[in-house]
Design a protein around this ligand. Structure first.
Ligand code: NAP
Length: 466
């Protein structure tokens, strides 16, 4: 009993090669979590600034002290490890290294390490955690430790260590995945790049379009300077348009994929790369669309306190009084404006709900069916409400020739093109005869005579001739 409890409470010793920034922070965190730490260093006598409680010795001596050895050394200095091959026999070697750029070496650093020390089991881990995050124990940074390796017992040891350090370990498979893990810290918001570019281009286009149609047209044709409208009016035209178009961009690839599957007669044919990439960044497109929607709401809220609006109301009221006129109540206008606001409020409310359910903490609590219900069904309803909101905003303006300045239609009309296309495509997809076909295809049915995933005729199983 005493033996067992002594064994259970005996702190495990972990070895770290390298006393640099990463090694130092990792050692400190390990000590705080109850581990013994020994450093392997080129100059044990010179390493004075190491965490209190740790020991420092030569690489060979340190390796003998522990079963797990973290290699906190840059890859270009790994050469010395081959001379320690016999000391590292049977140990778990943890490769924490990153590269300065992609494709710098033909093989991953972890695979290289495994080749240098074939008698050890290499696990790639902790490379996505910074020295700073280690010191703060993951309190104000990413808490996920991604790891990969060929032996599950070695990975389990690393998972236990990561967990006791306050991190969540995520197994990313065999050592073959190490190259991907090494690429991760080099990426800068990869999934946000396309949505951000779309948002910037759309905003710039709509802004210059409305600038030309509203401000420059007035200046050239009527000699009026209304450039002050750039700040609120034009911004509040661009933001809702970008928001609506980007929301429809979230649903367009799904609809296109449905038609592509119908055309191919199978789900076992890969989508084109551009469609795959588009589908992968739908969440980011939606979140950016929501951000633009928020801006639209904020800009709309300040309308009543704008100087220009107050001035126009005052002038109008005074003119009514001066000329003794009454302002007739227009029942149709009341209906129109109330419906316009109502659609906007409901659409925005659902839009916020979509944003909330896309947060990992919320989506993790939903099952796949619930998640699809919110993101697909409620998503389409959101798109429908926001499109109706825009239709009600424009009302019959598209019929008036004065709305077309320099042959340019009002910007709201442009914003309706993509949402209407998406809604029409969806309407076709949910008609019973099309829907049943798509459902069958998605359940694995294949049309006879079409190429299957392996490029063979599904009827004869013969390769198709070019
Ligand atoms: P560092 O501050 O430059 O420290 C590297 C250590 O490696 C040195 O302190 C030195 O320790 C040892 N070393 C240097 N030249 C050597 C040689 N020729 N032979 C043997 N050992 C040598 O680097 P670091 O920031 O700690 O990074 C270490 C590793 O962690 C790198 O692979 C890096 O990619 C990875 N990493 C770092 C961070 C971070 O935030 N810093 C985050 C993730 C991953 P001794 O003098 O004691 O031998």
């Amino acid at each position: 009993m005493t033996d067992l409890s002594e064994k259970m409470h005996k702190p495990e010793t972990v070895c770290i090669f390298g006393t640099g920034d990463f090694g130092h922070s990792l050692g400190l965190r390990l000590l705080q979590s109850g581990y013994n730490v020994v450093y392997g260093s080129r100059g044990p006598k010179n390493s004075l600034l190491l965490p209190k409680g740790s020991k420092v010795m030569t690489h060979a001596e340190a390796a003998c002290e522990a079963r797990v050895v973290f290699v906190a050394v840059q890859r270009e200095h790994y050469g010395f490890l081959s001379s320690l091959a016999s000391d590292l026999e049977g140990k778990v070697l943890v490769d924490v290294s990153n590269n300065l750029r992609r494709g710098l070496y033909p093989e991953s650093n972890a695979e290289y390490l495994s080749r240098l020390v074939p008698g050890a089991t290499v696990v790639k881990a902790f490379n996505t955690i910074s020295a700073w995050a280690l010191q703060s124990g993951g309190l104000d940074a990413n808490r996920q430790v991604l790891l990969c390796g060929d032996r599950s017992d070695a990975k389990q040891q690393l998972m236990d260590i990561a967990q006791s350090l306050g991190f969540t370990a995520v197994d990313r498979g065999s050592l073959w995945a190490a190259a991907d893990l090494e690429d991760l810290p080099l990426q800068l918001f990869p999934l946000w790049r396309l949505p951000l570019n779309i948002a910037i281009c759309l905003t710039a286009f709509i802004f210059f379009y409305t600038l030309t149609r509203d401000v420059i047209y007035e200046r050239v044709n009527n000699g009026k300077d209304i450039a002050f409208r750039i700040m609120v009016s034009l911004a509040n035209k661009a933001f809702p348009i970008v928001s609506l178009v980007m929301l429809s961009f979230c649903y367009l690839p799904g609809a296109l994929a449905g038609f592509l599957q119908l055309y191919n007669g199978t789900k076992y044919r890969r989508f084109p790369d551009w469609l795959d990439r588009w589908m992968l960044c739908r969440k980011q497109l939606g979140l950016l669309a929501l951000a633009f929607g928020f801006l639209h709401v904020l800009y709309t809220l300040v309308i009543p306190i704008r100087y220009y609006v107050r001035y126009r109301i005052n002038v109008y009221t005074i003119s009514l009084v001066t000329f003794n006129k009454t302002y007739e109540f227009d029942n149709m206008a009341a209906w129109r404006y109330d419906s316009y606001y109502s659609m906007g409020i409901l659409g925005f409310g659902l839009f916020v709900l979509l944003g909330i359910t896309s947060l990992p903490s919320v989506s993790n609590s939903l099952n796949w069916r619930e998640f699809r219900f919110v993101q697909s069904k409620l998503g389409y309803i959101t798109l429908l409400l926001c499109t109706a909101h825009t239709f009600l905003y424009g009302w019959d303006r598209f019929l008036k020739p004065s709305s077309y300045r320099w042959w340019m239609p009002p910007a709201y009309m442009l914003s309706l093109v993509v949402p209407c296309v998406v809604l029409i495509l969806k309407l076709i997809l949910i008609t019973p005869c099309v829907d049943s076909k798509v459902t069958r295809i998605r359940q694995g049915w294949e049309r006879q005579g079409k190429t299957s995933a392996n490029g063979r005729d599904t009827k004869t199983n013969q390769p198709l001739m070019a």
